[in-house]
Design a binder for this molecule. Sequence first.
Ligand code: DX5
Ligand code: ZN
Length: 218
Amino acid sequence: MYQLAPSMLSADFNRLGEQLALLEQCGCQWLHIDVMDGMFVPSISFGMPVISSIRKESGLFFDVHMMVEDPGRYVEEMKKSGADMLTVHAEACRHLDRTLQTIHECGMQAAVALNPATPLNVLDYVLDKTDMVLLMTVNPGFGGQSYLSAMTDKIRSLRKKLDEAGYRETSIEVDGGINSETAGLVLEAGANILVAGSGVFKGDIPSNVAQFQEKFNQ
Ligand code: DX5
Ligand code: ZN
């Protein structure tokens, strides 16, 4: 299963509803939602009120990326706001296993995100509770940064690790600097969910989405 997950952080917030409806018309199924707390990352983005507001009109799958310290505090509220999948950073969780379990108990899918410098072995004992691994391909915090080329090998190693451990169904999502040029690299390395902020919202949304969809069909 390949998915493009447009990152709402790069949307025009003055025309948010309109742009999200356009994504659905273009055949997108996922929406990547970056929640930032000004602590885990320097910036502050948006939280529960915005998510529950867009939930009323959107049929997209809400892939919520928690760039916050101790995200376990917000699991229930995120479910109530309309999240379908909650991604927490391994670096931000003191009790990662418990947090993943709570996400499942609340009825959401659970994912673990790793910063570029975080090794893959932090996943070793939680693979059975992880529906998706999010590999950051930039340092988190801002849209519009360049893809870190060392991440291509990391994606490849993770795909191998998951396959060898019997987790062929576990998705790999990549986030940061993904555009129609870097898409080919990450797909070839084994990623199947591609987050793109500027790659989707900068310029003409329908033709940007179509370029990604072509890559998935190649
Ligand atoms: C970065 C965020 C990303 C961001 C990606 O910290 O997690 O989701 O929106 O933006 P682009 O695709 O522009 O690099
Ligand atoms: Zn993100």
